[in-house]
Design a protein around this ligand. Structure first.
Ligand SMILES: Cc1cc2nc3c(=O)[nH]c(=O)nc-3n(C[C@H](O)[C@H](O)[C@H](O)COP(=O)(O)OP(=O)(O)OC[C@H]3O[C@@H](n4cnc5c(N)ncnc54)[C@H](O)[C@@H]3O)c2cc1C
Length: 479
């Protein structure tokens, strides 16, 4: 495109530089818009970020993030930013029973959805009759058609209705669903349950593969991602918190920062979380339904021990307080205090991060108590953790980690072009993507916003990457 042609192209301001804002920026830039991204923090990435641990000098993610191979737009995003090689794929899921039995599981030679049947055959703490009951539940789930009524129904009521015992719900369904959906089993809908089990496990043999970052997220998404956007000509303003908009005839004319700086453009995309959007646009837009979206907390417990106690790269704990355990990102292991000219006290520290989703019942404001609970829980599962000494720990809970996929949430999610007549478009994991709050959902939302805005102005083909194809047997079995 000639530079003068570029300058005559419409301009767009994107407010919010999380994954939704970043993918909207890439998409709109590809469609020929002049893009300016305003982000209140000093780095891009939003919830996908890290903090610096002052004792070790290492960047640690607020909370471990993992994707799955079914997240096709996440894959696209990582390729676009040229950071895909900094994520590894894990094909083996390492389950541990509540008493410490290790159950590594990967796909057998059977076609999807039978490829993971070994997992059900070996699932700990349940009887043979329970396994048949779960298989029956999975079959019923696959035969359910995805209709809006599923989003009004609690999964737990449906599970009870089809005869799943309480122990089976706690030991099997809860283990899978709580970490996948980010909230407690008695809050999530049947629609979200169907989505995650079909897309993540049943539809395609590879779908369950984990994508795990090998470097702190602030470095790969925040720094490298930011550089990649800027190298394409996308302008990024850091440290700009938008406070309000100015309006003419009900249309957004500009956004104004807390410091009073005004930013004008032809179009505006708001890519801020659900609990932030109302304040910014409620003057001219009816955002009542969004305020009904509830938040769910996720807790990352960062722990340092005097010895190593976990062999595989992660552990998924069945029916325990601690749901996932992750070892230190590979790259961080090489970064020692000595390299940072700090005292080399941490050479023998071994870092593990524990993730507790839907952590509503954890004691609030008492990190020591949480650390004690976590240490006791791990000691019950891993004999070597029982012998290890917990040197220090840090508990990070974000009460607005994800929106809760509770009944009614789907009605509160607005389409990207819901306020197009006000000259503003919406992006963010909470907008109507049909995905739960995930990196994939956020990236899809940004691309959908870019598509809708592109259609209404420049027009160009859809950017959203379709999901993994269903395997031949899955095509037959899934309604
Ligand atoms: C603890 C935790 C664990 C998670 N684990 C996973 C996981 O394992 N896998 C997974 O797929 N997903 C996970 N998620 C969810 C995932 O992080 C989010 O769904 C996704 O990052 C949301 O992206 P977003 O761009 O929609 O929103 P955000 O990341 O919240 O980005 C919004 C951006 O807008 C900026 N902003 C807000 N207000 C303003 C303003 N007024 N002016 C300017 N800028 C503003 C913010 O600073 C932020 O950068 C987790 C989330 C949390 C918190």
């Amino acid at each position: 495109m000639r530079p003068d042609a570029f300058h005559s192209n419409p301009s767009v301001i994107i407010v919010g530089g999380g994954l939704a804002g970043m993918s909207a920026a890439i998409g709109l830039h590809q469609k020929g818009f002049r893009v300016r991204l305003l982000e209140s923090r000093r780095r891009l990435g939003g919830r996908v970020g890290s903090f610096e641990d002052s004792s070790s000098g290492k960047n640690l993610d607020y909370c471990q993030h993992v994707g799955m191979a079914c997240c096709t737009n996440l894959d696209w995003f990582l390729q676009e930013l040229n950071i895909a090689t900094r994520w590894r794929r894990e094909r083996v899921l390492h389950f541990f029973s509540s008493t410490g039995k290790h159950l590594p599981v990967n796909a057998s030679i059977l076609p999807a959805p039978l490829h993971l049947s070994g997992l059900l055959r070996r699932w700990p703490g349940i009887t043979h009759a329970d396994r048949i009951q779960i298989a029956w539940g999975l079959w019923k789930l696959m035969r359910l058609k995805a209709t809006p009524s599923l989003d009004e129904q609690l999964a737990i009521e449906w599970l009870r209705g089809i005869g799943q015992r309480e122990e089976v719900i706690t030991r099997f369904w809860s283990t899978i669903l709580v970490s996948a959906l980010g909230d407690q089993i008695d809050r999530v809908t049947l629609g979200a349950t169907r989505k995650v089990l079909i897309d993540g496990f049943a539809a395609n043999r590879e779908a369950y593969n984990l994508l795990v970052p090998e470097q702190p997220l602030s470095e790969i998404i925040g720094e490298l991602g930011g550089q990649s956007l800027e190298s394409r000509g996308i302008q990024i303003d850091y440290g700009v918190t938008i406070d309000h908009c100015t309006w003419t005839d009900g249309c957004c004319q500009s956004v104004v920062s807390r410091e009073g700086k005004q930013f004008t453009a032809d179009h505006f995309v708001f890519a801020v979380p659900w609990h932030r959007i109302s304040r910014l646009i409620e003057e001219h837009c009816d955002v009542d339904s969004v305020s009904k979206l509830q938040s769910a907390p996720i807790t990352g417990v960062h722990t340092w021990w005097d010895r190593s106690w976990l062999e595989p790269p992660h552990a998924i704990l069945v029916d325990r307080l601690c749901q996932w355990v992750f070892k230190e990102p590979i790259d961080n292991k090489t970064l020692h205090r000595s390299q940072l000219n700090l005292d080399p006290v941490d050479h023998n520290e071994h870092y593990y991060q524990i993730v507790i989703s839907g952590s509503r019942n954890l004691p609030k404001g008492d990190s020591n108590q949480v650390l004690e609970m976590v240490a006791a829980d791990l000691a019950a599962v891993f004999p070597s953790a029982a012998k290890a000494k917990l040197l220090r720990g840090r508990v990070v809970t974000d009460p607005n980690s994800v929106f809760s996929v509770s009944p009614g949430h789907q009605k509160s999610r607005l389409a990207a072009d819901h306020f197009a007549s006000n000259n503003l478009w919406l992006a963010g994991d909470w907008t109507d993507t049909q995905w739960p709050a995930t990196m994939e959902g956020a990236i899809r939302s940004g691309l959908i916003a870019a598509n809708r805005l592109g259609e209404s102005t420049i027009s160009a083909p859809s950017l959203v990457v379709s999901g993994l194809p269903k395997g031949w047997l899955s095509r037959w079995l899934i309604a």
